[in-house]
Design a protein around this ligand. Structure first.
Ligand code: ZN
Ligand code: ZN
Ligand code: FE
Length: 764
């Protein structure tokens, strides 16, 4: 036996299928003159390799260090073996019955190589809008089942031409086994339609679309995870028209620009922002607006009353072709009516969007699973998700320990679901608000799809405590063991899970609404939290929400509630400016509702306090979307404030925090004509001090020094960074969300780990 020769079996676990991993292994083996084979397995790939010892070592090193861009290695195991005497190196064909369920790559933006080829007049894919390779292109949204092979994707309808097939079969080619491989001869194509479904004749549909956009027309454009509605972002009239037709009165509209240079014309791009914008996930990044002579550069209707734009770079070849026709920015907002799921199907798009779009730029590559654009923002030194969807899903969150398979159904608003497998928690894309039938269908479809492509049959269902949620009713109909999880417990547990922190911890769970264990509406909760259980250590005192849901849409009602509590009915004589537009009759009704506690559920919500304060200082009495008033209050903060309002709590189990002294302080400032921006700064500073002081007290009581921050209120960058800073100064260890959103989009992760912990507790 040759002493300088060795043989090894190497198992690689992770996202290593459909990302060019086997050809990469093949090329490495050739480079180091090694023999053997590589094959897909259920866990990833297995490599049998033999040859000279030095070359083997180099091979192992390069395997780790030079992996293809989309590969995500979780684990590599190497075992020595007896020499088998392979002749050459081969890629073993997948046996579909063997190859089950390995991690699937998310959809990825077009790579630099493909972009270069697309704009190269000599390339055979010159200007071809579906160019892709193993390093880029659609994945998750075109897969219907596993294993990830062309017949299981929406590319099955396209038979590759000889040229494409040759690339696909050549292990040395960048398109070896690139499942969506295509060209203009054999692949999908683009067509322009009018809103009455008539094809617009012409050999350059993208050019014609660009021309229409530059003339102020509204286009529905089929993208990667669904349709966008597009208009020229500089055209005030067109943007206003889109807003009106889409019934999206106030929410900011996302925009897309060709490159960073174009973005810098209208927004501030920090170093980290640039990295995020360019990342292959291509999220929407929130960037501070630039102004010129006090005026915004883009149409005012793009992002009214907001300091930020949501901006992204193109991520499909089609986007690049369109944007390169001379736009500073295009509005690219999701193609749906108000709160319905984004349209993905051509027929569906015509049906639902023909009242909005003048023209449709569509193609014939089906989208199997919709996926909205992801939204991120830099805050307190890290990237924070506002929405985690396209580009990130289905990369799992890795848990500290293996747990039984759980399906967690998520929250009512900003719903996502979570399916666990071993130590991996797979969060779904953004599903939306589970309040209408079409979103419920999408929810059910996503569950079925994820179970199929991840090959998981859950043993437990985790769902919210609320008896009337659609997800709770869905749970009731399944023949599975169900675990109910309290909303704010789930928030904290999710943040603990992604940080791999075990309880107990002090959890600050702050949001707008969540159903409490006592049937009341919680949202300003300090919880002592384990995965299995929680205890309320402190919360805001309950106050009535006059009219229930109506108080969310009309924050002035909340202002009334806080003012009644602080001053009694007398406050109506204070001549507070926010009272001016209100009708006497309506004010009387709300006052009586609060006094009699009629149709006024109790709430301890911090989100509502933000809303109420925003109304009280005169920002707005009504909102078009949840959290709008609170967001505008944050936008007004002018620098740090050393001054705070008085605050207190009543010691007990739990401690109770009255809003009274804070509201009284704010009213005093309003009477003294203190600027709203100053009031806002003081309000934020007050909360930071109040919560830090409470954490110090709770640390003494419970001997806990780790604080976990979660809940939608932590999208507020001022509060988040202020609290982290002050808590750390008090020597707390602080944990925040970096992999999933702090808002209800992250709830399903928390539900999953809580349910698993409860199962374990019961088993013991
Ligand atoms: Zn590529
Ligand atoms: Zn072809
Ligand atoms: Fe929440």
């Amino acid at each position: 036996m040759d002493r300088n020769k060795a043989s090894k079996k190497i198992e690689v676990n992770g996202i290593v299928q459909g990302v060019g991993f086997r050809p990469f292994v093949f090329q490495l083996a050739e480079k180091y003159r090694l023999t053997g084979e590589v094959a897909n397995t259920s866990a990833g790939v297995v490599i049998m390799i033999e040859g000279g010892i030095d070359n083997m070592a180099n091979f192992s090193r390069d395997l780790r260090e030079q992996k293809p861009p989309l590969a995500h290695i979780i684990e590599i195991r190497e075992d020595s073996q007896p020499i088998q005497g392979f002749k050459g190196f081969t890629i073993v064909r997948s046996d579909p019955s063997q190859v089950m369920s390995t991690l699937i790559s998310p959809d990825v933006s077009i790579c630099d190589d493909c972009r270069r080829e697309m704009f190269d007049p000599d390339d055979r894919r010159h200007l071809y809008p579906f160019i892709n390779c193993t390093n880029c292109g659609p994945r998750y949204t075109i897969i219907d089942d596993i294993p990830y092979d062309r017949p299981k994707t929406s590319m099955k309808h396209f038979k590759m031409c000889a040229d494409c097939q040759a690339e696909y079969d050549d292990p040395a080619d960048r398109r070896f086994h690139a499942q969506p491989n295509a060209c203009s001869v054999c692949g999908p194509n683009v067509t322009l339609f009018s809103s009455d479904r008539m094809a617009v004749e012409g050999d350059d549909p993208i050019g014609m679309a660009a021309d229409l956009l530059s003339k102020g027309r509204i286009l529905a454009i089929k993208g990667l995870g669904g349709f966008h509605l597009a208009v020229d972002a500089l055209n005030e009239k067109a943007v206003a028209e889109l807003r009106q037709r889409k019934l999206r009165e106030e929410k900011p509209l996302a925009v897309m620009s060709l490159n960073i240079g174009a973005i810098r014309q209208f927004a501030e791009v920090g170093e980290n922002d640039e990295m995020l914008l360019r990342s292959r996930q291509r999220p929407i990044v929130l960037l501070p607006k630039k102004t010129k002579d006090g005026e915004e550069i883009l149409a005012r209707q793009v992002s009214p009353r907001n300091r930020y734009y949501g901006v992204m770079l193109p991520y499909t070849p089609l986007h690049y072709l369109l944007l390169s026709m001379g736009f500073t920015a295009l509005v690219m907002t999701s193609g749906n009516l108000s709160e319905e799921p984004i349209a993905i199907d051509n027929g569906e798009a015509f049906e639902r969007l023909s009242e909005i779009a003048d023209f449709f730029l569509i193609h014939n590559r089906d989208i199997y699973l919709r996926s909205d654009d992801s939204i991120v923002r830099r805050s307190a030194g890290h990237t924070r998700f506002i929405r985690r969807s396209r580009g990130y899903v289905p990369v799992p969150v890795f848990l500290k320990d293996e747990i039984p398979p759980v399906l967690a159904l998520g929250a009512e608003l900003k719903n996502t679901i979570c399916l666990t497998k071993g130590n991996q928690a797979f969060m779904s894309q953004h599903i939306g608000d589970l309040e209408n039938l079409s979103t419920l269908h999408f929810f059910e479809k996503t569950i079925a799809h994820m179970k199929r492509v991840l090959n998981v049959e859950p043993r437990i269902l985790a769902h919210d405590l609320h008896p009337d949620y659609l997800s709770t009713r869905y749970a009731g109909k399944q023949a599975l063991e169900c675990v109910q999880v309290q909303h704010h417990h789930a928030h904290i547990a999710g943040c603990m899970a992604e940080n791999k922190v075990d309880g107990p911890v002090i959890g600050l769970s702050f949001d707008g609404t969540g159903y409490g264990s006592d049937g009341k509406i919680w949202g300003g909760e300090i919880l002592i939290t384990d995965y299995g259980q929680f205890e309320r250590a402190a919360h805001f005192s309950y106050l009535p929400m006059p009219g229930g849901e109506a108080a969310i849409r009309q924050p002035w009602r909340m202002a009334f509630s806080y003012l009644m509590d602080a001053f009694g009915e007398e406050f109506r004589t204070f001549a507070l400016p926010f009272l001016n537009p209100l009708e006497g009759g309506a004010m009387d009704v709300i006052t009586r509702m609060i006094q009699k506690k009629f149709n006024s559920p109790d709430t301890s919500s911090l989100g509502r306090l933000f809303d109420g304060v925003a109304a009280l200082v005169g920002i707005r009495n009504e909102v078009a979307f949840e959290g709008q008033a609170a967001m505008e209050l944050e936008m007004l903060v002018a620098g740090q404030s050393d001054q705070v309002y008085e605050y207190e709590w009543m010691t007990g189990r739990p401690h109770l925090i009255p809003t009274r002294p804070i509201i009284q302080g704010i009213v005093r400032d309003i009477k003294n004509k203190v600027a709203v921006s100053v009031i806002s700064s003081r309000f934020h500073a007050t909360l930071v001090r109040l919560f830090t002081d409470l954490c110090v007290v709770i640390r003494e009581e419970r001997q806990l020094d780790r604080v976990v921050l979660s809940g939608g209120v932590f999208q507020n960058a001022i509060l988040l960074s202020g609290l982290i800073h002050r808590l750390e100064n008090q020597h707390f260890r602080v944990y925040t969300h970096q992999q999933v959103p702090p808002n209800d989009g992250g709830i399903s992760l928390g539900q999953a780990v809580v349910a698993a912990a409860n199962l374990k507790d019961r088993a013991n």
